[in-house]
Ligand binder design. Structure first.
Ligand code: BMA
Length: 313
């Protein structure tokens, strides 16, 4: 049988960013949130320090591929108030959601109490204000929809329990601080490429057919796990309703810097930028070590979700 053509075309000069591009000492550059702000691509990437803890750096680009890293990190563990207690072991995997006139930043905050999600806001990427710690332990991978629904913010999150491992849930908030009305909307599928766990990836973006969400799915093999990317389409008016989930993955580790690195066999996304020409630039960390980019035609991703679909639950 002929294999299907790739949905995502990798940029020919991947990886687009490595630790060698960073002017302060780090051991990795990966899992970056990204957005286009006033025509400039702003990437907020995660780096491991030599003590094994993570911070967030900033890199800017005019074309979405060639990035220049700022001389100083963008976000390091807070030394203030309650955030200091819960960010003490590092900040990781930041996502950027444009909502109304600001950008909401969600990231994993690690401490001796576990991992939880912190939320910050910015309008210009120069001034950042921490808003709150918006989950208990142990949750990671929260993405906020770029629009409010019925006056409320909506997020996808990822609780885990032995009974229902690592699934995607939806929660709502009137004020970004208090979240509730939570329910599960998508689960890993048994004996499938995402059977071990799934988690929110890039903040969803709006298309003519619904909100497109690029998520990650994990498969456990005899020699470790494989992280791949998949696509799900959510209803335009009710994002808790999933219209279709692509049965096949849209990206898997293949390039040497995705297959080998700090954590082998990982492609992990925290950001995608839809363009006016009907394509989307997708960014992913390769093997928790470098940043990579690729493009896809948005209609192709939608087609995967609608015509080659598997049940979300
Ligand atoms: C997940 C997170 C990600 C990481 C991935 C692969 O659990 O820690 O940050 O990219 O594992 O190591």
């Amino acid at each position: 049988m002929k294999t299907q053509p790739p949905i995502i075309s990798r940029f020919h000069k991947n990886p687009i960013l490595t630790r060698k591009d960073v002017p302060y000492p780090v051991t990795t550059v990966h899992n970056a949130g990204i957005v286009k702000h006033n025509g400039l691509y702003i990437m907020l990437f995660r780096s491991h320090l030599e003590n094994g803890r993570s911070i967030i750096g900033r890199a800017d680009s005019e074309d979405g591929y060639t990035f220049t890293v700022h001389p100083k990190p963008f976000l390091i563990p807070s030394t203030d108030t309650v955030f200091a207690e819960y960010e003490a072991f590092g900040v990781e995997d930041l996502r950027i959601s444009p909502v109304e006139n600001e950008y909401l930043l969600t990231y994993s905050a690690y401490s001796r109490h576990g991992v939880r999600i912190a939320l910050a806001r910015t309008r210009d990427f120069d001034h950042v204000e921490r808003v709150g710690l918006i989950t208990q332990a142990d949750l990671r991978n929260v993405v906020i929809f770029p629009e409010k629904f019925g006056g409320r913010y909506v997020r996808l999150d990822r609780p885990h329990s032995e009974i229902s491992p690592w699934s995607i849930w939806v929660s709502y908030s009137p004020d970004l601080v208090h979240w509730g009305d939570s329910r599960v909307i998508m689960k890993p599928m048994a004996y499938h490429w995402d059977e071990m766990k799934i988690g929110p990836g890039a903040p969803p973006f709006k298309t003519a057919k619904g909100w497109l969400h690029i998520y990650h799915g994990v498969f456990k093999t005899m020699s470790g796990t494989v992280y791949r990317l998949g696509a799900a389409l959510h209803d335009r008016l009710d994002p808790a309703t999933i219209i279709g989930v692509s049965d096949r993955w849209i990206l898997q580790p293949e390039d040497p810097w995705e297959v080998t690195g700090y954590v082998p066999n990982v492609v992990f996304t925290c950001g995608a930028v839809p363009e006016d020409d009907g394509t989307v630039k997708i960014y992913w960390g390769g093997a928790d070590t470098v940043m990579c980019a690729g493009t896809a035609v948005i209609d192709d991703l939608i087609a995967c979700c609608l015509s080659d679909s598997r049940p979300p639950l």
